[in-house]
Design a protein around this ligand. Sequence first.
Ligand code: PMP
Ligand code: GLU
Length: 396
Amino acid sequence: MQLSARLNRLAPSATLAMSQKSAELKAQGIDIINLSVGEPDFNTPDHIKEAAKKAVDENWSRYSPVPGYLDLRQAICDKLKRENDLEYAPTQIVVGNGAKQAVCNVILALVNEGDEVIIPAPYWVSYPDMVRLADGTPVIVEAGIEQNFKITPEQLAAAITPRTRALILCSPSNPTGSVYSAAELEGLAAVLRKHPQVVVIADEIYEHINYVGRHASIASCEGMKERTALINGVSKAYAMTGWRIGFVAAPLDLAKGVNKLQGQYTSGPCSVSQKAAVEAFVGDQRPVEEMRQAFLRRKNLIVQLAKEISGFEVNDPEGAFYLFPKCSSYFGKSCGTRTIRTADDFALYLLEEAHVATVGGDSFGSPECFRMSYATSDENIVEAMRRIKEACEKLQ
Ligand code: PMP
Ligand code: GLU
Protein backbone atom coordinates (compact mmCIF):
# COMPACT_ATOMS: atom_id res chain seq x y z
CA MET A 1 0.00 0.00 0.00
CA GLN A 2 1.36 3.41 -0.98
CA LEU A 3 1.11 5.73 2.02
CA SER A 4 1.13 9.51 1.86
CA ALA A 5 4.34 11.50 1.71
CA ARG A 6 3.05 13.34 4.77
CA LEU A 7 2.95 10.11 6.74
CA ASN A 8 6.31 8.98 5.44
CA ARG A 9 7.85 12.16 6.83
CA LEU A 10 6.88 11.13 10.36
CA ALA A 11 8.90 9.02 12.75
CA PRO A 12 7.01 6.78 15.17
CA SER A 13 6.78 8.21 18.70
CA ALA A 14 9.93 6.96 20.45
CA THR A 15 8.39 7.21 23.91
CA LEU A 16 5.39 5.11 22.97
CA ALA A 17 7.55 2.68 20.95
CA MET A 18 9.86 2.03 23.90
CA SER A 19 6.95 1.62 26.26
CA GLN A 20 5.35 -0.89 23.91
CA LYS A 21 8.60 -2.81 23.56
CA SER A 22 8.93 -2.97 27.32
CA ALA A 23 5.31 -4.21 27.66
CA GLU A 24 6.03 -6.95 25.09
CA LEU A 25 9.09 -8.15 27.00
CA LYS A 26 7.11 -8.08 30.24
CA ALA A 27 4.40 -10.21 28.59
CA GLN A 28 7.11 -12.75 27.77
CA GLY A 29 7.78 -13.02 31.50
CA ILE A 30 10.91 -10.85 31.59
CA ASP A 31 11.19 -8.69 34.71
CA ILE A 32 11.39 -5.26 33.06
CA ILE A 33 11.37 -2.03 35.07
CA ASN A 34 9.70 0.52 32.87
CA LEU A 35 11.16 4.03 33.14
CA SER A 36 10.28 4.81 29.54
CA VAL A 37 6.84 6.29 29.19
CA GLY A 38 6.03 9.48 31.03
CA GLU A 39 2.85 9.04 32.99
CA PRO A 40 2.00 9.22 36.68
CA ASP A 41 1.82 5.78 38.31
CA PHE A 42 -0.98 7.00 40.63
CA ASN A 43 -4.63 6.19 40.12
CA THR A 44 -7.05 8.97 39.28
CA PRO A 45 -8.35 10.44 42.59
CA ASP A 46 -11.63 8.90 43.78
CA HIS A 47 -13.74 12.05 43.68
CA ILE A 48 -12.91 12.42 39.96
CA LYS A 49 -13.83 8.80 39.27
CA GLU A 50 -17.13 9.34 41.11
CA ALA A 51 -17.92 12.32 38.87
CA ALA A 52 -17.35 10.11 35.82
CA LYS A 53 -19.64 7.38 37.18
CA LYS A 54 -22.32 9.99 37.82
CA ALA A 55 -21.90 11.31 34.27
CA VAL A 56 -22.52 7.82 32.90
CA ASP A 57 -25.64 7.41 35.04
CA GLU A 58 -26.89 10.84 34.02
CA ASN A 59 -26.51 9.90 30.36
CA TRP A 60 -23.78 12.29 29.35
CA SER A 61 -23.43 10.02 26.37
CA ARG A 62 -24.04 12.24 23.36
CA TYR A 63 -21.84 14.50 21.28
CA SER A 64 -20.53 17.45 23.23
CA PRO A 65 -20.01 20.84 21.60
CA VAL A 66 -16.83 20.67 19.48
CA PRO A 67 -14.73 22.82 21.88
CA GLY A 68 -16.05 20.98 24.94
CA TYR A 69 -18.96 21.47 27.36
CA LEU A 70 -19.43 25.02 28.56
CA ASP A 71 -19.13 24.03 32.25
CA LEU A 72 -15.71 22.49 31.53
CA ARG A 73 -14.52 25.53 29.59
CA GLN A 74 -15.77 27.76 32.40
CA ALA A 75 -13.93 25.58 34.96
CA ILE A 76 -10.77 25.95 32.86
CA CYS A 77 -11.21 29.77 32.76
CA ASP A 78 -11.64 29.75 36.54
CA LYS A 79 -8.50 27.62 36.91
CA LEU A 80 -6.52 30.00 34.69
CA LYS A 81 -7.70 32.96 36.78
CA ARG A 82 -7.17 31.27 40.15
CA GLU A 83 -3.82 29.63 39.50
CA ASN A 84 -2.28 31.74 36.75
CA ASP A 85 -3.99 35.10 37.16
CA LEU A 86 -4.91 35.02 33.46
CA GLU A 87 -8.32 36.12 32.18
CA TYR A 88 -9.88 34.03 29.44
CA ALA A 89 -13.47 33.66 28.24
CA PRO A 90 -14.91 30.19 27.48
CA THR A 91 -14.94 31.10 23.76
CA GLN A 92 -11.13 31.16 23.92
CA ILE A 93 -10.85 27.58 25.16
CA VAL A 94 -10.88 24.45 22.99
CA VAL A 95 -10.78 21.12 24.80
CA GLY A 96 -9.26 18.25 22.84
CA ASN A 97 -8.13 14.65 23.21
CA GLY A 98 -5.25 15.39 25.53
CA ALA A 99 -2.64 18.12 25.45
CA LYS A 100 -1.16 16.21 22.53
CA GLN A 101 -4.09 16.97 20.26
CA ALA A 102 -4.22 20.53 21.61
CA VAL A 103 -0.59 21.15 20.55
CA CYS A 104 -1.09 19.50 17.18
CA ASN A 105 -4.32 21.44 16.56
CA VAL A 106 -2.55 24.75 17.16
CA ILE A 107 0.32 23.84 14.86
CA LEU A 108 -2.08 22.77 12.10
CA ALA A 109 -4.08 25.95 12.60
CA LEU A 110 -1.03 28.23 12.32
CA VAL A 111 1.61 26.75 10.08
CA ASN A 112 1.80 26.97 6.28
CA GLU A 113 4.18 25.04 4.07
CA GLY A 114 7.73 26.19 4.72
CA ASP A 115 6.90 28.19 7.83
CA GLU A 116 9.50 27.81 10.54
CA VAL A 117 8.73 26.74 14.07
CA ILE A 118 11.46 27.20 16.68
CA ILE A 119 11.82 24.23 19.01
CA PRO A 120 14.38 24.33 21.82
CA ALA A 121 16.24 21.02 22.19
CA PRO A 122 15.99 18.79 24.15
CA TYR A 123 12.33 18.74 23.11
CA TRP A 124 9.36 16.47 23.62
CA VAL A 125 9.56 13.88 20.85
CA SER A 126 6.33 14.79 19.10
CA TYR A 127 6.88 18.51 18.42
CA PRO A 128 9.07 18.30 15.29
CA ASP A 129 6.87 15.60 13.77
CA MET A 130 3.76 17.66 14.40
CA VAL A 131 5.42 20.58 12.59
CA ARG A 132 6.34 18.29 9.69
CA LEU A 133 2.76 17.03 9.59
CA ALA A 134 1.75 20.65 8.99
CA ASP A 135 4.38 20.94 6.18
CA GLY A 136 6.36 23.32 8.36
CA THR A 137 10.09 23.34 9.08
CA PRO A 138 11.29 22.67 12.63
CA VAL A 139 14.17 24.98 13.58
CA ILE A 140 16.05 23.42 16.46
CA VAL A 141 17.85 25.60 19.02
CA GLU A 142 20.16 23.57 21.19
CA ALA A 143 20.45 24.02 24.95
CA GLY A 144 22.80 21.53 26.56
CA ILE A 145 23.17 20.44 30.15
CA GLU A 146 25.80 23.18 30.72
CA GLN A 147 23.02 25.79 30.34
CA ASN A 148 20.58 23.67 32.35
CA PHE A 149 18.83 22.78 29.07
CA LYS A 150 17.29 26.26 28.71
CA ILE A 151 17.69 28.57 25.72
CA THR A 152 18.87 32.14 26.17
CA PRO A 153 17.28 35.28 24.70
CA GLU A 154 20.34 35.63 22.44
CA GLN A 155 19.82 32.14 21.02
CA LEU A 156 16.16 32.86 20.41
CA ALA A 157 16.93 36.17 18.69
CA ALA A 158 19.46 34.46 16.41
CA ALA A 159 16.95 31.77 15.39
CA ILE A 160 14.12 34.09 14.36
CA THR A 161 13.72 34.81 10.64
CA PRO A 162 10.90 36.42 8.65
CA ARG A 163 9.52 32.91 8.14
CA THR A 164 9.27 32.12 11.86
CA ARG A 165 5.66 31.41 12.73
CA ALA A 166 5.90 29.98 16.22
CA LEU A 167 8.07 29.03 19.18
CA ILE A 168 7.21 25.92 21.19
CA LEU A 169 8.17 26.37 24.81
CA CYS A 170 7.70 23.52 27.28
CA SER A 171 8.12 24.41 30.97
CA PRO A 172 8.45 22.40 33.17
CA SER A 173 10.18 20.48 30.43
CA ASN A 174 9.81 16.99 29.14
CA PRO A 175 12.48 15.49 28.90
CA THR A 176 14.82 17.60 31.08
CA GLY A 177 12.70 18.78 34.01
CA SER A 178 14.04 22.30 33.56
CA VAL A 179 11.73 25.15 34.54
CA TYR A 180 11.92 28.67 33.13
CA SER A 181 11.63 31.29 35.89
CA ALA A 182 9.45 34.38 35.43
CA ALA A 183 12.62 36.42 34.81
CA GLU A 184 13.88 33.98 32.16
CA LEU A 185 10.50 34.06 30.42
CA GLU A 186 10.60 37.85 30.49
CA GLY A 187 13.99 37.70 28.75
CA LEU A 188 12.49 35.58 25.95
CA ALA A 189 9.38 37.79 25.79
CA ALA A 190 11.56 40.88 25.33
CA VAL A 191 12.96 39.27 22.16
CA LEU A 192 9.54 38.13 20.96
CA ARG A 193 8.02 41.60 21.36
CA LYS A 194 10.26 42.71 18.48
CA HIS A 195 8.78 39.98 16.24
CA PRO A 196 5.00 40.24 16.38
CA GLN A 197 4.48 37.47 13.81
CA VAL A 198 5.77 34.79 16.22
CA VAL A 199 3.16 32.93 18.27
CA VAL A 200 4.24 31.08 21.42
CA ILE A 201 2.89 27.60 21.94
CA ALA A 202 3.37 27.30 25.70
CA ASP A 203 3.08 23.66 26.76
CA GLU A 204 2.41 23.79 30.50
CA ILE A 205 1.17 20.23 31.01
CA TYR A 206 3.67 19.73 33.88
CA GLU A 207 2.65 22.98 35.63
CA HIS A 208 1.84 21.30 38.92
CA ILE A 209 4.92 19.12 39.04
CA ASN A 210 7.22 21.96 39.98
CA TYR A 211 9.82 21.81 42.76
CA VAL A 212 11.07 25.39 42.71
CA GLY A 213 8.06 27.51 43.41
CA ARG A 214 5.11 28.99 41.64
CA HIS A 215 4.61 28.16 37.98
CA ALA A 216 5.33 31.02 35.59
CA SER A 217 3.60 31.30 32.23
CA ILE A 218 4.95 33.35 29.35
CA ALA A 219 1.35 34.44 28.76
CA SER A 220 1.74 36.60 31.89
CA CYS A 221 4.55 38.66 30.32
CA GLU A 222 3.51 42.01 28.93
CA GLY A 223 1.99 41.79 25.47
CA MET A 224 2.33 38.02 25.28
CA LYS A 225 -1.13 36.70 26.12
CA GLU A 226 -2.42 38.06 22.79
CA ARG A 227 0.03 35.79 20.95
CA THR A 228 0.29 32.76 23.18
CA ALA A 229 -1.48 29.44 22.76
CA LEU A 230 -1.40 28.10 26.31
CA ILE A 231 -1.61 24.32 26.47
CA ASN A 232 -2.52 22.36 29.57
CA GLY A 233 -4.75 19.50 30.67
CA VAL A 234 -5.51 16.94 33.33
CA SER A 235 -3.16 14.10 32.32
CA LYS A 236 -0.22 14.82 34.62
CA ALA A 237 -1.54 16.92 37.52
CA TYR A 238 -4.54 14.65 38.14
CA ALA A 239 -3.10 11.30 37.00
CA MET A 240 -5.58 11.13 34.11
CA THR A 241 -3.47 10.18 31.08
CA GLY A 242 -6.01 7.68 29.77
CA TRP A 243 -8.99 10.02 29.98
CA ARG A 244 -7.63 12.13 27.12
CA ILE A 245 -8.52 15.67 28.10
CA GLY A 246 -6.29 18.64 27.32
CA PHE A 247 -6.98 22.18 26.21
CA VAL A 248 -5.69 25.25 24.48
CA ALA A 249 -6.43 28.75 25.76
CA ALA A 250 -5.75 31.19 22.96
CA PRO A 251 -6.64 34.51 21.34
CA LEU A 252 -10.16 34.28 19.93
CA ASP A 253 -9.19 34.01 16.23
CA LEU A 254 -6.87 31.11 16.92
CA ALA A 255 -9.38 29.38 19.21
CA LYS A 256 -12.00 29.67 16.45
CA GLY A 257 -9.57 28.20 13.92
CA VAL A 258 -8.77 25.27 16.21
CA ASN A 259 -12.49 24.75 16.78
CA LYS A 260 -13.13 24.58 13.02
CA LEU A 261 -10.29 22.11 12.55
CA GLN A 262 -11.35 19.88 15.43
CA GLY A 263 -14.95 19.93 14.15
CA GLN A 264 -13.80 18.27 10.95
CA TYR A 265 -11.69 15.51 12.34
CA THR A 266 -12.39 14.47 15.91
CA SER A 267 -15.30 16.56 17.31
CA GLY A 268 -15.41 17.21 21.05
CA PRO A 269 -13.56 14.69 23.24
CA CYS A 270 -15.19 11.93 25.30
CA SER A 271 -18.26 13.27 27.15
CA VAL A 272 -17.69 11.28 30.35
CA SER A 273 -14.02 12.32 30.52
CA GLN A 274 -15.07 15.95 30.19
CA LYS A 275 -17.36 15.65 33.20
CA ALA A 276 -14.55 14.00 35.17
CA ALA A 277 -12.24 16.86 34.15
CA VAL A 278 -14.71 19.44 35.51
CA GLU A 279 -14.42 17.73 38.89
CA ALA A 280 -10.63 17.66 38.56
CA PHE A 281 -10.54 21.43 38.11
CA VAL A 282 -13.21 22.44 40.65
CA GLY A 283 -12.90 19.66 43.25
CA ASP A 284 -10.43 18.89 46.02
CA GLN A 285 -6.90 19.88 44.95
CA ARG A 286 -5.08 18.08 47.78
CA PRO A 287 -4.19 15.00 45.69
CA VAL A 288 -2.25 17.24 43.28
CA GLU A 289 0.03 18.37 46.10
CA GLU A 290 0.34 14.85 47.52
CA MET A 291 1.48 13.55 44.14
CA ARG A 292 3.89 16.47 43.71
CA GLN A 293 5.43 15.62 47.09
CA ALA A 294 5.87 12.00 46.02
CA PHE A 295 7.50 13.06 42.74
CA LEU A 296 9.83 15.40 44.62
CA ARG A 297 10.93 12.60 46.96
CA ARG A 298 11.54 10.30 44.00
CA LYS A 299 13.40 13.02 42.14
CA ASN A 300 15.79 13.44 45.04
CA LEU A 301 16.25 9.67 45.20
CA ILE A 302 16.98 9.16 41.51
CA VAL A 303 19.29 12.18 41.26
CA GLN A 304 21.33 10.90 44.21
CA LEU A 305 21.57 7.38 42.74
CA ALA A 306 22.37 8.63 39.21
CA LYS A 307 25.18 10.78 40.58
CA GLU A 308 26.74 7.63 42.02
CA ILE A 309 27.12 6.15 38.53
CA SER A 310 30.44 7.19 37.12
CA GLY A 311 30.26 8.48 33.58
CA PHE A 312 26.89 10.18 33.95
CA GLU A 313 26.48 13.93 34.00
CA VAL A 314 23.29 14.75 35.87
CA ASN A 315 21.29 17.96 36.29
CA ASP A 316 18.93 18.52 39.20
CA PRO A 317 15.49 18.81 37.59
CA GLU A 318 13.21 21.58 38.79
CA GLY A 319 9.98 19.95 37.68
CA ALA A 320 8.19 17.22 35.66
CA PHE A 321 9.16 13.59 36.42
CA TYR A 322 12.11 12.92 34.17
CA LEU A 323 15.86 12.71 34.60
CA PHE A 324 17.93 13.29 31.48
CA PRO A 325 21.55 12.34 32.21
CA LYS A 326 24.33 12.80 29.72
CA CYS A 327 25.73 9.35 28.96
CA SER A 328 28.05 10.09 26.03
CA SER A 329 31.15 9.08 28.04
CA TYR A 330 30.05 5.50 27.30
CA PHE A 331 30.09 6.00 23.54
CA GLY A 332 32.74 3.77 21.97
CA LYS A 333 32.71 1.37 24.94
CA SER A 334 31.71 -2.28 24.59
CA CYS A 335 30.27 -5.21 26.45
CA GLY A 336 31.06 -8.47 24.63
CA THR A 337 30.29 -7.94 20.96
CA ARG A 338 28.06 -4.93 21.56
CA THR A 339 29.49 -1.44 21.16
CA ILE A 340 27.60 1.66 22.28
CA ARG A 341 27.70 4.36 19.62
CA THR A 342 24.64 6.48 20.38
CA ALA A 343 22.22 7.22 23.19
CA ASP A 344 19.68 4.98 21.48
CA ASP A 345 22.25 2.14 21.55
CA PHE A 346 22.74 2.88 25.23
CA ALA A 347 19.00 2.71 25.98
CA LEU A 348 18.70 -0.55 24.03
CA TYR A 349 21.69 -1.94 25.96
CA LEU A 350 20.01 -1.01 29.26
CA LEU A 351 16.82 -2.69 28.13
CA GLU A 352 18.48 -5.92 27.09
CA GLU A 353 21.29 -6.11 29.66
CA ALA A 354 19.69 -4.47 32.72
CA HIS A 355 16.04 -5.02 31.85
CA VAL A 356 15.35 -1.34 32.43
CA ALA A 357 13.37 0.53 29.78
CA THR A 358 14.48 4.13 29.18
CA VAL A 359 14.41 6.30 26.05
CA GLY A 360 17.53 7.34 24.12
CA GLY A 361 18.01 11.06 23.63
CA ASP A 362 18.21 10.97 19.83
CA SER A 363 14.49 11.49 19.36
CA PHE A 364 14.51 14.31 21.90
CA GLY A 365 17.09 16.13 19.78
CA SER A 366 19.81 15.39 22.32
CA PRO A 367 21.90 12.46 21.17
CA GLU A 368 24.25 12.55 24.17
CA CYS A 369 21.58 11.95 26.82
CA PHE A 370 18.88 9.46 27.72
CA ARG A 371 15.60 9.85 29.57
CA MET A 372 14.30 8.05 32.64
CA SER A 373 10.81 8.66 33.97
CA TYR A 374 10.78 8.38 37.75
CA ALA A 375 6.97 8.25 37.96
CA THR A 376 7.28 4.87 39.61
CA SER A 377 7.78 3.45 43.11
CA ASP A 378 10.87 4.10 45.23
CA GLU A 379 11.64 0.36 45.12
CA ASN A 380 11.55 0.37 41.33
CA ILE A 381 13.82 3.41 41.22
CA VAL A 382 16.36 1.86 43.59
CA GLU A 383 16.38 -1.48 41.75
CA ALA A 384 16.49 0.15 38.29
CA MET A 385 19.45 2.31 39.25
CA ARG A 386 21.24 -0.68 40.78
CA ARG A 387 20.81 -2.58 37.52
CA ILE A 388 21.86 0.39 35.39
CA LYS A 389 25.00 0.87 37.50
CA GLU A 390 25.88 -2.78 37.11
CA ALA A 391 25.33 -2.67 33.33
CA CYS A 392 27.45 0.49 33.05
CA GLU A 393 30.29 -1.16 34.96
CA LYS A 394 30.38 -3.91 32.32
CA LEU A 395 31.09 -1.38 29.57
CA GLN A 396 34.82 -1.25 28.86
N1 PMP B 1 3.18 17.75 26.19
C1 PMP B 1 4.19 17.15 26.83
C2 PMP B 1 5.43 17.90 27.07
C3 PMP B 1 4.06 15.82 27.23
O1 PMP B 1 5.05 15.21 27.86
C4 PMP B 1 2.89 15.11 26.94
C5 PMP B 1 2.85 13.65 27.24
N2 PMP B 1 1.92 13.26 28.02
C6 PMP B 1 1.85 15.79 26.31
C7 PMP B 1 2.03 17.10 25.93
C8 PMP B 1 0.57 15.15 25.98
O2 PMP B 1 -0.27 15.04 27.08
P1 PMP B 1 -1.68 14.35 26.98
O3 PMP B 1 -1.56 13.00 27.59
O4 PMP B 1 -2.60 15.25 27.75
O5 PMP B 1 -2.05 14.27 25.53
N1 GLU C 1 4.35 12.42 27.14
C1 GLU C 1 4.66 11.11 27.63
C2 GLU C 1 6.11 10.81 27.36
O1 GLU C 1 6.83 11.63 26.89
C3 GLU C 1 3.69 10.11 27.10
C4 GLU C 1 4.01 9.45 25.80
C5 GLU C 1 3.80 10.35 24.64
O2 GLU C 1 2.66 10.75 24.41
O3 GLU C 1 4.79 10.62 23.98
O4 GLU C 1 6.55 9.73 27.64
